[in-house]
Design a protein around this ligand. Structure first.
Ligand SMILES: NC(=O)C1=CN([C@@H]2O[C@H](COP(=O)(O)OP(=O)(O)OC[C@H]3O[C@@H](n4cnc5c(N)ncnc54)[C@H](OP(=O)(O)O)[C@@H]3O)[C@@H](O)[C@H]2O)C=CC1
Ligand SMILES: O=C(O)C1=N[C@H](C(=O)O)C[C@H](O)C1
Length: 260
């Protein structure tokens, strides 16, 4: 029996990623675009209110802002669904706690990057960090994005930092150095450094450098087109529809642990 298409609602429908998502959903026969919404109170011009969208959907795909995503997760949880795919980045601890609480009632996939290639790179970074200890290498993460991006380090850079920290069996928060300015003193051993560049229309570039005496190993990824984030988010939506409540990431969706 052919399965009925999964009903998708797109949040932040007027944004850069919202527009990509609408196009990707409309061209995928496994899905139907059930609703598009913008801010909760705005309707009309092809958009419905947030509550109408939630009532019409099996899965909401959300690339908006940390505050909007946390509020959306709470709204979905309060009514027992739909499931949620979150792409927003730049969360603070309270917003992450709100999403974790909502995941007790609904299934939520959240990822700093829905790029399949980037998620492969996460595994390579963890392996490299495990092999190249702090006595041998300093780890530095660089990212570059377009001039409109509002958060730094990027969600992807933080994912890569988490992978490097896992490889070294340390907590990222204990070793992260988010940018340098002024007289910083020498670099402490074991630090994981972050640097961010903003300009023009750069879609998203990330590199993780393992800097030793006399040589540098660099693992890198360049996003050339936002449509590949949309394809990854669709893979997540197909996977999460009807799933048991919980908080998941792309390792769950892809069915592999890129650490191995
Ligand atoms: N995980 C991933 O793979 C990727 C993640 N991202 C992340 O996705 C997010 C969005 O990126 P991008 O599309 O470039 O940003 P945009 O600013 O283009 O889009 C965000 C949209 O969300 C809307 N919005 C703001 N507040 C609310 C709200 N309360 N309810 C509903 N909609 C709201 C904005 O509306 P308004 O314009 O009126 O403010 C805007 O249209 C960012 O956090 C970015 O880092 C981006 C690409 C890939
Ligand atoms: O804001 C963006 O554009 C992007 N945000 C994500 C991030 O913070 O890593 C993913 C991608 O790099 C594009």
């Amino acid at each position: 029996m052919p399965q009925p298409p999964i009903r998708i609602a797109v949040a932040g429908a007027r944004g850069r990623m919202g527009r990509q998502m609408i196009e990707a959903v409309e061209t995928d026969r496994r899905l139907t675009l059930a609703a598009c919404f913008h801010r909760s109170e705005v309707a009309g011009h092809g958009l419905v209110s947030r509550d109408e969208a939630l009532a019409a959907a099996d899965v909401v795909i959300d690339f908006t802002t940390p505050a909007a995503s946390a509020a959306l997760a709470q709204a979905c949880a309060a009514r027992g669904g739909p499931a949620l795919v979150i792409g927003s980045t730049g969360f603070d601890a309270a917003e992450l706690a709100a999403i974790a609480a909502a995941s007790k009632a609904i299934a939520i996939v959240r990822a700093g990057s829905y790029s399949l290639g980037l998620n492969m790179l996460v595994g390579l970074v963890e392996q490299a960090a495990s092999a190249l200890g702090p006595d041998i290498c300093d780890i530095e993460i660089s990212e570059a994005h377009h001039r409109h991006k509002v958060d730094a380090p990027s969600g992807t850079a933080l994912m890569l930092g988490e992978a490097a920290a896992r490889g070294r069996r340390v907590e990222l928060d204990a070793v992260a150095r988010r940018g340098r300015d002024g007289v910083t003193g020498p670099r402490p051993q074991g630090e994981i450094g972050f640097a961010a560049m903003r300009g023009g229309g750069i879609v998203g570039e990330h590199s993780v450098s393992f800097c030793a005496e006399g040589e540098i190993v660099t693992l890198a990824h360049a996003a050339q087109d936002r449509s590949m984030f949309a394809r990854g988010a669709i893979a997540a939506a197909l996977w999460v529809a009807g799933r048991t409540p919980g908080e998941y990431d792309m390792r769950d969706v892809l069915g592999f642990d890129p650490r191995r």
